[in-house]
Ligand binder design. Structure first.
Ligand code: HEC
Ligand code: HEC
Length: 492
């Protein structure tokens, strides 16, 4: 017994020393011209593949310091004098690579980058207005990851709020009210159609034009439709539809599509994935590629040239102060943090039903594309009708078969490579919005044979009644077998 305790104590010391060891990382140069040239898969419309800032242009931008933030309380719950106290606080820079000694330090610093709001605004009058529907702590403190839910001090006496942290889209609120960093966010909030119609109706002509202009910066792809055609399509009804279309777990990220946005992937388990994004737009060959992905997605992509088209002339989405960037150390820490994220303990137990489901999974050939242990073969599949370019067969992992899902994102967007990647099925038990566009909300619906019928009325992000085509695997199972297959998937 005593011996056992001693061994345990020694083991614990070893673990502590292991993670406490001095860690001297080799920080990759993130925006190296050669490395960044090869990190994106070319677009289906090859001559429209993005050309980004050069390395020297990028490094001329200033590194954005990460400041200490302060909790925000639900309306009425703030301790007396809190705002006055905040106004006395000096700005404090919290990310300092010189202070990072161990790997644990680096990962903790990466969390700061993950939670950093990159777009900052003066505190709006009357803020905080509401908790956004998310559970606050017992003291009334709002969860810090949604937009505008913490105070930031960059200048003494000036309170700001911010938006667009990685955490804002990539944190899931679990059924018990806890939050799970890295998991698919539930960003979209279902809206009241009547209110949305009123809001859009109240916009004056300039505001309407501005909205259309912003959407063009977001999703415009002149090789798909001209700006005039886009503006015409963005009728009153369409603007209402786009605003109503928000669905928990689906985000109309820039460069995707207002009509066919992608679901938010879970970042847990990311280290083992070879392609990033539903369309496999970014190759994930190294930690440097994940850093490059973060850089492009926080605004560099809207400034890129797609042939002769540049959606935005200014780095507006790229930090509040035009012309700021992440530091290479910040990005390295961010990537280490993402790689360190883990799934919570799966509450679903293996029982007879699950074991039967596992056999059905093998018999149905699911493992051909979703083999264990990752439950993805990490390959790309061509969208319906896309001819795989010969050169990509040599450089990339591509299957010949198409699963036949909607082609819009793969063929008609700024992330449109012509492919969809085979997603990992790990963690489906804590996700919703399945299929790359989140068209169905549950696995039950994904395997419901009715979903491919012409009169189908979906529950996920699919705007009209009608079939959700493609990926017909597992649709011909008996009710019992389907139940078993789903039970198995929920244990992954
Ligand atoms: C506005 C919401 C939003 C923000 C902010 C955001 N993401 Fe994402 N992220 C998405 C969506 C949506 C996708 C899916 C894009 C697609 O499939 O085309 C995505 C995809 C990803 C992927 C690809 C994962 C995979 O398996 O394909 C990574 C990695 C990622 N995000 C990391 C980050 C990091 C790091 C940050 C902060 C620097 C960040 N994201 C900020 C919404 C967001
Ligand atoms: C030929 C390859 C292939 C086979 C075989 C296959 N899948 Fe898939 N699976 C895919 C691809 C590709 C996607 C993504 C499709 C999309 O989003 O457009 C996908 C998506 C899924 C999703 C949705 C995951 C998410 O994150 O949205 C589930 C669940 C799934 N497959 C389960 C299965 C099961 C169960 C089987 C067997 C009955 C199976 N798949 C067979 C390629 C395959």
């Amino acid at each position: 017994m005593r011996f056992g305790v001693k061994v345990l104590a020694e083991l614990l010391t070893l673990v502590a020393v292991g993670s406490g060891q001095e860690f001297r990382p080799e920080i990759p140069k993130v925006w190296d011209d050669a490395a960044s040239a090869g990190f994106e898969v070319p677009l289906a419309k090859r001559d429209r593949s993005p050309r980004h800032l050069s390395s020297s242009e990028y490094y001329a931008l200033k590194v954005r310091p990460i400041y200490k933030t302060y909790p925000m309380y639900e309306p009425g719950k703030e301790p007396a004098g809190y705002l006055e106290w905040l106004k006395q606080q000096e700005p404090e820079i919290v990310f300092d690579p010189a202070k990072l000694k161990t790997k644990r330090d680096w990962i903790a610093a990466g969390k700061l980058v993950f939670e950093e709001d990159v777009l900052l605004f003066p505190l709006p009058p009357g803020w905080p207005a509401a908790s956004g529907g998310l559970p606050a702590s017992r003291e009334g403190i709002l969860p810090p990851f949604p937009d505008r839910s913490k105070y930031i001090i960059r200048k003494k006496g000036v309170l700001e709020v911010g938006e667009n942290s990685c955490a804002s889209c990539h944190t899931r609120v679990m059924p018990d009210g806890s939050s799970l960093p890295g998991a698919q966010g539930v960003f979209g909030v279902l809206k009241d159609p009547r209110k949305v119609r009123e809001e859009v109706r109240e916009l004056n002509p300039e505001a309407l034009t501005q909205m259309r202009e912003e959407f063009w910066i977001f999703w415009g792809a002149p090789w798909v439709e001209s700006k005039e055609e886009f503006f015409q399509r963005m009728s009153f009804e369409e603007l209402v539809r786009v605003r109503l279309g928000e669905h928990p777990g689906v985000v109309e990220r820039q460069g995707t599509s207002g009509t066919h946005p992608p679901h938010v992937p879970s970042l847990i388990g990311l280290k083992d994935r070879k392609y990033l994004d539903s369309t496999g737009f970014a190759r994930h060959r190294s930690i440097g590629d994940l850093a490059r992905y973060a850089v492009t997605n926080q605004g560099l992509d809207t400034m890129a040239h797609y042939g002769d088209f540049q959606p935005s002339l200014e780095p507006t989405a790229f930090g509040s102060d035009k012309g700021t960037r992440y530091g290479d150390e910040q990005l390295y820490a961010l990537a280490l943090y993402i790689y360190s994220l883990e799934a919570p303990k799966n509450p679903n137990q293996v029982d007879d039903l699950v074991r039967r489901g596992q056999q059905i999974f093998s018999r149905q050939g699911c493992a051909g594309c979703h083999p264990p242990p990752l439950y993805t073969n990490n390959k790309l599949t061509p969208a319906r009708g896309f001819t795989v370019p010969a050169d990509l067969r040599k450089t990339d992992d591509i299957l010949d078969v198409s699963v036949g899902t909607d082609t819009t994102l793969a063929l008609k967007s700024r992330r449109g490579t012509g492919f969809y990647k085979v997603p990992s099925l790990r963690g489906v038990w804590y996700r919703n919005a399945f299929g790359h566009g989140g068209w169905v909300d549950t696995l039950e619906e994904w395997f419901d044979p009715a979903r491919v019928k012409s009169d189908y009325v979906p529950n996920g992000y699919w705007m009209q009644p009608g079939p959700i085509e493609g990926h017909e695997f597992g649709l011909k199972l008996s009710v019992e077998d389907r139940k078993a297959l789903i039970a198995f998937l929920k244990t992954l």
